[in-house]
Design a protein around this ligand. Structure first.
Ligand code: APR
Length: 306
């Protein structure tokens, strides 16, 4: 397996380090437009590998031809929102970056599974699918894994439960409209709604929704990257090992959950061909309404870039 990561920034480099530590690929390629940066980070990561007993080889480059033959291509290239920039400005800048990368993926890694990380996630994934013309099972957005690990974290901190005993479910768009499903979120198999009072649950849900913003506020000059990097690797592991785990990912919906022609976060099973199965959960009216609203807000942004 060869895995390429486009964008050697914070998220790209964190994901690369973990992929190499876990020896999930024989070869990892880190690509960036900044000269020296992917080369330097790759060399640094390579030098950590004897300490991990990992024989993965990692190479940094500015040449897209090096992604040649990759089974998985992770796209983290993009710019973060800067002061004075509207969400729409960011959307246009990152949309153009994604479009500039598409041709390279089609040319050099036409059979790859593409994991999109660049924000706004559901929109960038949509552009990637439409512009590559890849099968809908081959383009997957990373969002739900991150949102649900954040939800699990806050539940663990609140209840003292072990993280491995906590399952969390977060659907919908990656952003303000995400839908953490409290009734499908469990501690020791019991719904969280049976364990904590509603106002506590709502607080944890809100902290999950604001999970990214809370970190941006603290960092001031950038956004989260350790948990996002680890979330990418959770998806890669599922693809490489076909471990049948149900992960929440942003995928192209073609009628599932009642939506069409949209990327939205839902539970899926991943495998060596990408999305193997979209798991359809029973939602109550309130949950469906929140998901509808989330879908509407994603559709609205897509219509703007059309
Ligand atoms: N090709 C390759 N790399 C590019 C390109 C391009 N066309 N344009 C920008 N880059 C690179 C930048 O040089 C930079 O190294 O993308 C990298 C982005 O890294 P950071 O600025 O550190 O951003 P990061 O925190 O990694 O986030 C990347 O993931 O979670 C999302 O919202 C986040 O959209 C953002 C993305």
């Amino acid at each position: 397996m060869k895995i390429s990561i486009i964008g050697a920034g914070n998220v790209g480099a964190s994901a690369a380090l973990k992929v190499c530590e876990k020896e999930l690929a024989e070869e990892v390629v880190l690509v960036d437009i900044a000269e020296g940066v992917p080369q330097g980070k790759a060399l640094d990561i390579q030098q950590a590998m004897p300490l991990n007993n990992s024989n993965t080889r990692i190479k940094g480059t500015n040449d897209y031809a090096e992604i040649n033959g990759s089974g998985i291509v992770v796209v983290t290239a993009g710019v973060p929102r800067k002061p004075g920039m509207t969400r729409e400005d960011l959307l246009n800048v990152n949309a153009n970056i994604i479009k500039s990368i598409v041709g390279h993926i089609k040319k050099h890694a036409p059979d790859s599974i593409v994991i999109v990380v660049t924000n706004p996630l559901d929109i960038m994934s949509y552009i990637m699918l439409k512009e590559t013309g890849f099968d809908k099972s081959k383009v997957i957005g990373m969002a739900g894994v991150l949102d649900s690990t954040r939800f699990r974290t806050f539940i663990a901190l609140e209840t003292g439960a072990k993280v491995e005993d906590i399952e969390a479910m977060v659907l919908g768009g990656h952003g303000d409209s995400m839908v953490p499903l409290a009734a499908h979120t469990k501690v020791d198999g019991k719904p969280i709604t049976d364990i904590l009072p509603p106002e506590k649950v709502e607080k944890l849900v809100q902290r999950t929704r604001d999970g990214g913003a809370e970190i941006v506020k603290l960092l001031k000059t950038g956004s989260a990257f350790y948990a996002p990097g680890a979330s990418v690797v959770e998806m890669i592991e599922s693809i490489v090992n076909e471990n049948e785990k149900v992960l929440q990912c942003s995928v192209y919906l073609d009628g599932e959950y009642g939506y069409e022609d949209i990327f939205l976060g839902v539970p899926v099973r991943l495998g060596s061909d990408g999305v193997k199965e979209i798991v359809v959960l029973e939602l109550n009216d309130k949950e469906q309404e929140l998901l509808d609203r989330s879908a509407e807000s994603v559709k609205e942004v897509v219509s703007k870039i059309r």
